[in-house]
Design a protein around this ligand. Structure first.
Ligand code: CTP
Ligand code: CA
Length: 220
């Protein structure tokens, strides 16, 4: 095993992460999900473990193997993800939200498989809770890190998101580059400004991110 972090900057820290897509049920056999692979979140979980942290990973549906050293909790919907995060929050020092959480769930879901007919079928979508905003705006929050997936106006939208959710650190990436890919290229936004990380495999990017998180967490 490579020892990338030496010494270990997150030794003694508890890190909680979300990763992967969520799945919102339509009926007994169908649902709404997205193209997140979970690779970035799983890489960040692994990097946090390499940095010495005790890591809990709340994961949406993905076939990825559990990163070494991490405790994994599998969930399906955004509501289940929120429940798992709330149950694990006590004692968390750093919360990193990498999951691509569905912004809506299906209000008129059906217990049985919906049968086709000749009419227009309408799905009613109601907003999901924002897991990261709930954690970051709660009392005595952990150090919170968000990801912003944007398809345009990256820095403007991402900085607005960072302020709205009161985050000390936000990782901005373009969905065209990030979602499902093996490489990523991100810009870190914090109170000091913008830090562009070199494009590379997700584990390399994750290690640079964790090094930055550990610096900010140490200085806070
Ligand atoms: N997030 C979350 N719960 C949600 C939606 C988003 O925890 N219900 C988190 C994501 O894990 C990510 C950050 O919030 O860390 C930003 O997610 P993103 O989808 O980029 O932003 P939104 O606030 O959902 O806004 P929009 O999708 O409209 O850009
Ligand atoms: Ca969203």
């Amino acid at each position: 095993l490579e020892a990338w972090f030496q010494p270990k900057p997150l030794a003694g820290c508890r890190v909680l992460l979300t990763a992967g897509p969520t799945f919102e049920r339509i009926d007994a056999v169908r649902g709404i999900t997205n193209t997140s692979s979970g690779k970035m979140g799983f890489a960040v979980a692994r990097a946090a473990w390499e940095a010495g942290a005790e890591v809990t990973l709340v994961a949406g549906e993905t076939p990825l193997p559990t990163p070494i050293g991490c405790r994994r909790i599998d969930v399906r919907s955004a509501e289940e993800m929120l429940g798992a995060v709330e149950a694990e929050l006590r004692g968390t020092d750093i919360f990193i939200a990498v999951a691509a959480v569905a912004d809506y769930y299906v209000l008129n879901q059906s217990e049985h498989k919906i049968k086709k007919d000749a009419h227009i079928l309408t799905l009613e979508l109601a907003p999901n809770p924002d897991i990261l905003a709930r954690v970051a705006c709660g009392d005595n929050p952990p150090f919170c890190v968000g990801f912003a997936a944007e398809s345009e106006n990256l820095l403007e939208y991402a900085e607005a998101k960072r302020h709205r959710k009161q985050l000390p650190l936000l990782v901005a990436n373009l969905v065209q580059q990030a979602m499902g890919a093996d490489d990523n290229e991100v810009i870190l936004l914090d109170d000091q400004g913008q830090h562009r990380l070199p494009r590379g495999p997700k584990l390399e990017v994750a290690r640079q991110l964790i090094a930055h998180v550990a610096r900010l967490y140490g200085e806070r």
